[in-house]
Write a protein that binds this ligand. Structure first.
Ligand code: PMP
Length: 415
């Protein structure tokens, strides 16, 4: 008898991790990594936030911190602070006991627990995600038991903006109780968010069609540099009376990528419902990973609880978001200076870590092969992979790619 495992077929690679590997193996001196969604400083290096270092040093000296299990739903102090940061500490839902949170394994774990809970206990089976969206949304929801994945239109390649009529039309035809996955801010990968007027219309349709909002907040504070501005859409939905859930991640805004620090925030209509919801979430988590890790959640909770450290952290997110915006300006300015065919205004109109450049697959392949510039085949680039020393190199390469392979069937680069 051969091996039982012979039935296992090779799975496809995950593009972003494959690119990271290729990048690390590439010996070319001027290689540039614009693929993975992680912050890099002006020297192209990962950045541990000074406030995180400070807190970790403090915690290392604290002999009262043990490695005992956390409760299944994690650190309550952390979840309370996360919910307050998301919906505003003065939001009446907090005082009413209608808003609460549970600690999760970063944003992904939060989406996963939230989706499984909605599927198991509210019997929801249809979910809608934007076209395009973060590549993991589909898999997370399908693995959670959602059997009907659908898309709503979002990005219009002709205008490099939201196809808002298409979006509204798709939501209008969604069946009642569909879960609508919405990016709270800094839409990944397009970097384009709805305007406040557009959010109002989205809420109108969702109310009318009885759709359920599942927000994904992976970039609060990182997008605009302002925690409140980046939470506007979630708070607006609450003001309108929606019940909702929201997956919060501290990977980007605290730079705690590998610590897996996240929170699932839940707001219900009546505080009486909270204990049953929490009890069932407990069983979802119990059957998945039993309880979450403590280190990152302690760091975040301690920083959020201390006025001075909190302000220091807000300084860090302002610094990161400002650097990203400066690099957007720098890339656009270089392309304009070179006279690269097309308009590149969308690069500065987009927000957050990413730009959906409009480069097509052929152009992307050329950038990787000829210039050792690594980016996703969709044309998405991580803006903070750029810095003063490489932005000219990248702009020249894009210019070469766009002129060598003009986009005939794809208008994006021409606009
Ligand atoms: N949602 C979106 C839109 C994201 O971009 C990301 C990170 N790339 C996540 C969720 C989850 O990230 P993590 O699990 O690292 O918090």
């Amino acid at each position: 008898m051969g091996s039982r495992f012979e039935v296992v077929e090779q799975g496809p690679p995950i593009e972003v991790f494959q690119l990271m590997k290729l990048f690390s193996e590439d010996t070319y001196q001027n290689k540039v990594n614009l693929s993975v969604g992680a912050y890099r400083d002006e020297n192209g290096k990962p950045w541990v936030l000074p406030v995180v270092r400070k807190m970790e040093k403090q915690m290392a000296e604290d002999n009262t911190l043990l490695h005992e299990y956390l409760p299944v739903l994690g650190l309550e102090q952390f979840s309370n602070a996360s919910v307050a940061m998301l919906i505003g500490p003065d939001n009446p839902a907090i005082a009413d006991g209608r808003a609460f949170g549970i600690q999760t394994l970063s944003g992904t774990g939060s989406l996963r627990v939230g989706a499984e809970f909605l599927n198991k206990h509210l019997k929801y089976t249809t979910f809608y995600y934007s076209s395009p969206t973060w590549e993991n949304h589909h898999l997370v929801f399908v693995n959670s038991g959602f059997t009907s994945p659908r898309t709503y239109r979002y990005w219009d390649p002709k205008t490099c903006a939201i196809d808002f009529d298409g979006l509204i039309e798709d939501l209008r035809s969604a069946p009642e109780n569909s879960v609508i996955l919405l990016h709270a801010c800094a839409h990944n990968p397009t970097g384009i968010d709805p305007t406040q007027e557009q959010w109002e219309k989205i809420a109108d349709v969702m109310e009318e069609r009885k759709l359920f909002p599942f927000f994904d907040s992976a970039y609060q504070g990182f997008a605009s540099g302002d925690l409140d501005r980046d939470a506007w859409a979630v708070r607006y939905f609450l003001k309108r009376g929606f019940e909702l859930v929201c997956a919060q991640s501290y990977a980007k805004n605290f730079g705690l990528y590998n610590e897996r620090v996240g929170n699932l925030a839940i707001v219900v209509k009546d505080a009486k419902l909270a204990p049953a919801v929490k009890s069932q979430l407990t069983w979802v988590v119990r059957g998945m990973y039993s309880n979450p890790p403590a280190h990152g959640a302690r760091v975040v909770a301690n920083v959020l609880a201390d006025r001075q450290l909190f302000d220091e952290w807000r300084g860090h997110i302002r610094l990161m978001s400002t650097r990203v915006m400066q690099m957007r300006e720098a890339l656009r300015a270089e392309l304009v200076k070179l006279g690269t065919p097309g308009s590149w205004d969308h690069i500065v109109k987009q927000i957050g870590l990413f730009s959906y450049t409009g480069l097509n697959q052929r152009q992307v392949e050329y950038l990787i092969q000829e210039y050792h510039i690594y980016l996703l085949s969709s044309g998405r680039i991580n803006i903070c992979g750029l810095n003063q020393s490489n932005v000219q190199y990248v702009a020249n390469a894009i210019h070469d790619a766009v002129t060598k392979f003009p986009a005939e069937d794809d208008n994006r680069a021409k606009l």
